[in-house]
Design a protein. Structure first.
Lengths: 378, 232
């Protein structure tokens, strides 16, 4: 056992010396390899953290939202619906919600206007998302005007900016009082955009949704888990697109590695011949090359993954965010909390280290089985 | 010690460029003797050395080492025999550039996985014996021709093999360095090693160092003689 360990140490020593002797080649390969890992790891870390952030944020959202439909389109909830729900078993709380979209021609962006029941606001006051505040250049105390769809101009004063932590889902949010909302969008009292229901037991959610659909055939219940699934799909889809592109890069790298290994330089071939002639077995040469590949791919994996971690969690994934966050005028700016998924790390490891090992093994083996007497012939 | 029976070696068999390098060699090489293979280029000296040294297999025929038939051994065992039995000194020295003299010397011992300190001490002892201690950390490509050959000799001796094989060892050396090489070989022979050389350098082949000269031509042994000046 000791001899085996000692032998591996000798082989690693020799490998390190070999890599050091071919500095430019080794560094170039390490750089390209790290870059591929960096790209793949950035996408994976970023989308995983986004999903995690969305999940965390939506954890506080109501379990069911009831929307009324007219001709297949979302319509206002008329008066009396909230009362008609009555006392459904399992529903802890029900509430009418007011929200709507507003297109701001000044910055060519859509905002979400909403009445926040947990944050009562005086008439004429607004709380806005950090993205909107940035785009419109407003701060607490400033005035801001919007022309309503009726043509009337409304001026509000900014009471507060929403915390950056929630920017992923609140970048375009405008919170205002119920009176202001109804006046701005011209919505008569008793009407709501939709109804939210809180259900304590997750097993009850689907039953309650079924009952609601029966009781209000013109309405559709939307479940929180469905929204989560939608977010998940969106992020997975975007991740898929970038990963598909990155896979091409990976393939190109595998070709490069094959090229590098099959085109072993005359020096390297001679070296393998010498080693065999002085008593190394084919297996020893392969083991030495295995260590070379392992050291290179492990270093590249660690370097690339660390760089991706720093890129995603310290520099807000600045290279990838335009693609992965979505296409919008108001790009949310937010800090993602570092989340690392073991399975994802393992997957990435296998998808980067194995192609390299596989691409280099065959050509090296072909050289390693050459008869050592070739070296005698100079 | 080494016995060859009806050794044939054919390259590119069955092709247009088929070439018979050895044509039925029968030879017995006794232990603790210095034997030289002599002959023009293409006479089969190097091919014969590579078959004796387990670097290549004969196309047909038997090789026996210490009464054991080694011609049919699988590569792994053949490598083991090569590593334990033979030390090689090549014409071009075949050192690995970029590595120090000491690292080059230790290379054949790496696959054995022995104790590192013992290995370093052995390399140091060999380099000192060959007057290269002061060059141990120098990269081999920076050494002179003679120094490179002495590193190659030290490398050949690191696993303490009983047989030393040297292919055209003086071809790249001037007279003074060739004499120096011969002095080293003489000392090795005096410690009981078997030495097998190939050369067409009269300085070496006709010296008193060589116990037996085997003349080769066209892949055949044409004559085996004891040189006039052989003194041992």
């Amino acid at each position: 056992m000791n001899a085996w360990i000692e032998k591996q140490k000798y082989l690693i020593d020799f490998t390190l010396a070999s890599l050091a002797r071919r500095k430019a080649k080794s560094l170039g390969l390490l750089l390209v390899y790290s870059l591929i890992v960096f790209l793949l790891a950035s996408v994976m870390l970023f989308t995983h953290a986004l999903r995690h952030a969305a999940n965390e944020f939506l954890a506080g959202a109501p379990e069911i939202v009831l929307q009324r439909m007219v001709a297949g389109r979302h319509d206002l909830i008329p008066p009396g619906y909230l009362e008609r729900i009555g006392r459904l078993r399992g529903v802890q709380e029900k509430q009418g919600r007011l929200w709507g979209y507003y297109y701001d021609p000044v910055v060519k962006a859509n905002y979400t206007f909403m009445v926040a029941d947990d944050r009562p606001l005086a008439p004429g006051k607004l709380v806005v998302g950090a993205g909107l505040a940035r785009t419109r250049g407003v701060a607490p105390g400033n005035l801001i005007s919007f022309r309503a769809y009726s043509g009337k101009l409304f001026t509000f004063s900014i009471a507060d900016i929403l915390p950056a932590k929630s920017e992923l889902v609140s970048a375009d949010l405008v919170l205002l009082s119920e009176a202001d909302f109804r006046a701005f969008f011209d919505i008569p009292p008793g009407h709501y955009t939709d109804i939210t229901l809180r259900v304590a037991n997750p097993l009850e959610v689907r039953n309650i949704a079924g009952k609601l659909a029966q009781q209000f055939p013109d309405s559709r219940p939307i479940l929180r888990e469905e929204i989560l699934r939608t977010y998940d799909s969106i992020f997975s889809w975007r991740e898929g697109i970038v990963l598909a592109l990155a896979t091409l890069a990976l393939l190109a790298f595998a070709i490069l590695a094959w090229e590098k290994a099959s085109g072993l330089s005359a020096d390297e071939r001679r070296e393998i011949g010498i080693l065999k002639a002085i008593g190394w077995e084919t297996g020893d040469v392969l083991r030495m090359k295995f260590w070379e590949g392992a050291l290179l791919s492990l270093s590249a994996f660690l370097l690339g993954y660390l760089a991706a971690y720093v890129h995603v969690f310290h520099f807000a994934a600045s290279f990838l965010s335009p693609v992965l966050k979505g296409w919008a005028v108001l790009y949310p700016r937010f800090e993602l909390s570092p989340v690392i998924d073991g399975l994802q790390v393992t997957t990435l490891f296998f998808f980067t280290v194995f192609p390299y090992a596989a691409a280099t093994l065959v050509p090296i083996w072909r050289t390693a089985i050459t008869d050592p007497d070739a070296v005698l012939r100079g | 010690m080494i016995e060859l029976r009806q050794i044939h070696k054919t390259f590119n068999a069955g092709r247009e460029n088929e070439f018979h390098a050895l044509n039925g060699i029968d030879l017995h090489l006794p232990a603790e003797r210095v034997t030289a293979l002599r002959g023009p280029s293409g006479s089969g000296k190097t091919t014969l050395l590579s078959i004796i040294g387990c670097l290549a297999r004969p196309t047909s025929g038997r090789v026996r080492l210490l009464e054991r038939d080694i011609s049919g051994l699988p590569e792994r065992f053949l490598t083991e025999v090569r590593r334990r039995t033979f030390g090689f000194v090549f014409q071009q020295f075949n050192l690995i550039s970029g590595l120090s003299a000491s690292e080059n010397v230790m290379l054949p011992a790496y696959p054995l996985g022995g104790d590192r300190h013992a290995l370093q001490a052995r390399a140091e002892q060999l380099l000192t014996g060959l007057r290269l201690a002061h060059r141990r950390t120098t990269r081999v490509e920076l050494l002179s021709g003679g120094e490179q050959q002495r590193v190659a000799i030290a490398r050949a001796l690191i696993n303490e093999p009983p047989v030393i094989i040297a292919d055209e060892p003086t071809a790249n050396l001037d007279t003074a360095l060739a004499m120096e090489f011969m002095a080293i070989i003489e000392e090795l022979a005096s410690t009981g090693r078997t030495v097998l050389l190939s050369s067409h350098d009269p300085l070496l082949v006709e010296s008193s160092l060589v116990d037996r000269v085997i003349d080769m031509r066209d892949g055949r042994i044409v004559d085996a003689a004891v040189p006039a000046g052989a003194g041992r």
